[in-house]
Design a protein around this ligand. Structure first.
Ligand code: NI
Length: 186
């Protein structure tokens, strides 16, 4: 009973999750498929972030660290997902090439709810699969749905072009899927 109360005081996040987020510098370690223990986490499906967990300052800290990590010179990526920093949680950061200034934005509890047109092949890489690239079929016109951390409401949005490809790559990570599972022949 005492344990349950303590867990409740953390605003839903587990002690291990809090440690993982707070014990690292702004740039978090990125897990890779080359490490056996990392691979298990990269293959684990994620769970959603509850309203209480979103309201906890730990979420804002995590969101900021995801951006610091993906934009760090050693990573220099266009997107990153929870499992890549060791968290089996539904959260991704994506560079919005479709917006002015191409900002990075963080999306909790994200799902793709519609795919339009035909998928087209494009070259991809992944921070968790160092030194490789490959062709994958992706849609260029999708709808996304996520929870707004500000209002707690579900938000839907249409995304087109290369940014839509990033959303598909990152949401795959949330189900333990890597782009290397989907390679098409050159
Ligand atoms: Ni990736």
């Amino acid at each position: 009973m005492a344990t349950l109360l303590v867990a409740g005081c953390r605003g839903g996040w587990t002690a291990a999750e809090r440690d993982l987020i707070e014990s690292q510098p702004d740039v978090m370690r990125v897990l890779t498929v080359d490490d056996e223990a990392d691979l298990i986490i990269l293959r684990t499906p994620c769970r959603d972030i509850s309203p209480r967990e979103l309201a906890n300052p730990l979420y804002a800290e995590l969101a900021s660290r995801l951006i610091s990590t993906v934009t760090s010179p050693e990573q220099d990526g266009v997107g990153i997902a929870g499992p890549q920093v060791g968290l089996s949680r539904n959260v991704i950061a994506v560079q919005r090439f479709d917006k002015e200034g191409e900002p990075f934005e963080v999306y909790p509890n994200i799902r793709i709810t519609a795919f339009r047109g035909e998928p087209e092949p494009g070259s991809e890489g992944c921070l968790s699969v160092p030194g490789r690239r490959g062709k994958v079929l992706r849609w260029r016109d999708i709808d996304i749905c996520y929870t707004s951390p500000e209002t707690g409401q579900e938000v839907s949005e249409r995304v087109e072009g290369f940014t839509a490809v990033i959303f598909q790559h990152e949401t795959d990570h949330l189900q333990g899927i890597l782009y290397t599972d989907k390679l098409v022949k050159e």
